[in-house]
Design a protein around this ligand. Structure first.
Ligand SMILES: [Zn+2]
Length: 604
């Protein structure tokens, strides 16, 4: 398919570039007219994590649903500072009468070089000044309540699922964190959780069911979050601005939000930055407006407006600023493709990157054969210069760090647009669900290369090569030994969440097996039905497994029971080291390992 390239640049002579037909969502906010005294009002929960959580137990906030967030950055890219006027406006719907409620906002960090150092200016609720304070989290389910002053409950751990120093039996209260990337990773086991819960008390309670807006103004330096595995994520300083890549929790290091994967408001961005800079965000570019010189921006400024009509999970919000060269192309199926590279990347490297970036539409169409229609109105890639240690599936604007893009990784991140982005994991323990699907995309890419070599997708030899390559990859993974099977995908430790075989290769092999068990057509139908049923929302492990169960070709109670055994073995079991008998003992037709079906095609 071909399309039209439109070059967008802040050097445009005209004052504004407006793409018509796209309006900014501006939810109406009605002033509550309710007699508060008759209502039972209480504080919203300071976490959305279930009791006993040891993965980011401090994140998310209850008592309301996040509907829409307008990000209104006023950012000096030279100084790497948010200036006065910088704010976010969050539109929420109360699910109870709220005397107070909270947001996640790590405005200060022990990491004094790359961490955030921001200052709160003011908070309003429905336009009226509100009181605010920062508190430490308590562990979910703390019998003494979420204001428990017991400091023993406030300890972080890197590798131990219980909190703090070895013998503390209490669950941890916050995400594992290090002020630097020193090893060993548990050197600071037992550190107090930072006070990153921003608790807001409105001048009058917010009635249950009402829609309300919260405006938080703040200034200062955004930064990165130090994570339990020694990596950082969030707002990376680039020589020409900031590069935003944030999984799993780093969004709160540059803006206050309901920082939980299942909280998915729609987003608008209206960012004012130094003249000459480019802003990249989720969704579609609405306008670029040049502003005259001001006290904050003596050289003039430019306001970039983006809009995401689709909900965006907390860790997928993109808002990078720098000397990016941005192009936009409208494909003939109506999807907009954005490509951006930092101008500091050497020209030769940029050319090589571009050749890979230009494949995104083709990759999207290939992946659509399995997942169904691409879920968003735009897609894109940004290649930045900071050496963030990962690439990320930011919704409709995939980030590549270090000035470099890789084709296999683009298959992976683009697959996430369906799995993780459109249908989001309900909680961090479900990370394996979407990483397994994205790893499957890399395996499908290898199969596609073999298919092309053997005669292409319309030749029997090509199709046989495609299938044989998937089988080979399953068998290679299934032959793994050592510690490969020792962690249960659905019960990850903070330290290995984004590095272990349990998150990536093991669930991807389970999906190849499922494709054999269900049949290729049924596997695809199951995936497409999940997209239709859960798109724009999140999914639990039980819902994910039930979706495959519906498409099991042999609907006997024995086969349904065997399928739940299959999921238990592949997703929920930690085996002793070694492989062999210490690994799942249910495979699929044509694959190594005990077959799902018996000789008669049944399951008994
Ligand atoms: Zn991934």
């Amino acid at each position: 398919m071909t399309g039209r390239w439109l070059r967008i640049s802040v050097t445009l002579a005209s004052a504004a570039l407006v793409i018509p037909g796209i309006g900014l969502a501006a939810p109406a906010v009605a002033a509550p007219a309710v007699a508060y005294r008759t209502m039972h009002c209480s504080a919203g929960a300071h976490t959305l994590a279930p009791p006993g959580s040891h993965l980011y137990p401090d994140t998310g906030n209850g008592g309301y649903t996040s509907l829409h967030t307008l990000v209104h950055l006023v950012y000096d890219a030279t100084a790497n500072e948010f200036l006065p006027g910088n704010r976010v406006v969050l539109t929420e719907r109360a699910t109870q009468c709220l005397s107070s409620f909270s947001l996640d906002f790590e405005r200060k960090s022990g990491n004094t070089t790359a961490g955030p150092d921001m200052t709160m200016r003011s908070v309003t609720v429905n336009g009226r000044a509100a009181r605010f304070t920062f508190v430490q989290p308590t562990y979910p389910g703390d019998p003494h309540g979420q204001n428990d002053p017991n400091p023993a409950a406030h300890e972080a751990s890197q590798v131990n699922p219980v909190g703090g120093p070895e013998h503390n039996p209490l669950p941890p209260a916050c995400s594992p964190e290090l002020p630097n990337t020193k090893t060993p990773p548990d050197a600071l086991d037992g550190t107090q959780c930072p006070a990153s819960k921003l608790v807001i008390t409105p001048s009058a309670p917010v009635p249950g069911g009402s829609v309300f807006t919260v405006s938080v103004s703040y200034t200062g330096r955004p930064g990165v979050h130090n994570d339990g595995d020694g990596t950082t994520e969030g707002w990376f300083r680039a020589p020409d601005g900031g590069f935003v890549t944030t999984e799993p929790v780093g969004s709160e290091d540059w803006m206050p939000l309901n920082d939980y994967p299942a909280a998915k408001p729609t987003y608008g961005f209206s960012d004012t930055v130094n003249a000459g800079k480019t802003v990249l965000a989720n969704g579609v570019l609405v306008s670029v407006r040049r502003n005259p010189a001001s006290a904050e921006f003596p050289g003039g400024s430019v306001t970039w407006t983006w809009h995401s009509p689709a909900p965006v999970a907390s860790y997928l919000v993109e808002d990078s600023v720098g000397n990016y060269h941005l192009t936009e192309r409208l494909a003939d199926n109506g999807t907009r493709y954005y490509e951006a590279q930092d101008a500091a990347i050497p020209a030769d490297r940029q050319r090589k990157n571009l050749a890979i970036m230009n494949q995104q539409q083709n990759i999207t169409e290939f992946e659509s054969q399995f997942n169904g229609t691409y879920p968003f109105t735009s897609d894109g890639v940004v290649v930045g210069t900071p050496s963030a240690s990962f690439e990320e599936e930011m919704q409709t604007m995939i980030t590549f760090a270090g000035g470099f893009i890789d084709t296999g990784v683009l298959y992976h991140e683009n697959m996430h647009q369906w799995w993780g982005d459109n249908v989001t994991e309900d909680n961090y323990t479900m990370t394996f669900y979407k990483e397994g699907m994205a790893t499957l995309a890399e395996e499908l890419y290898a199969a596609r290369l073999a298919e092309d070599k053997a005669g292409g997708p319309y030749s029997p030899k090509g199709q046989a090569a495609f299938q044989a390559t998937l089988v080979k990859q399953f068998n290679q993974i299934y032959a793994s030994n050592g510690s490969f099977w020792t962690a249960a995908p659905s019960n990850p430790k903070p330290f290995g969440l984004f590095s272990g075989s349990a998150t990536y290769a093991r669930p991807s092999a389970a999906y190849i097996a499922l494709r054999q068990i269900l049949g290729h057509g049924n596997f695809t139908r199951a995936l497409q039905q999940v997209q239709a049923a859960y798109g724009g929302h999140s999914i639990t492990e039980a819902q994910w497994e039930a979706a495959f169960g519906k498409w099991l070709p042999v609907q006997t109670s024995a086969c349904r029971a065997r399928l739940s055994q299959f999921f238990k073995q592949w997703f929920d079991t930690a085996y002793p080291a070694g492989g062999g008998q210490n690994r799942p003992q249910i495979s699929g037709p044509g694959l190594d390992g005990p077959d799902f079906y018996n000789a008669h095609g049944g399951c008994s």
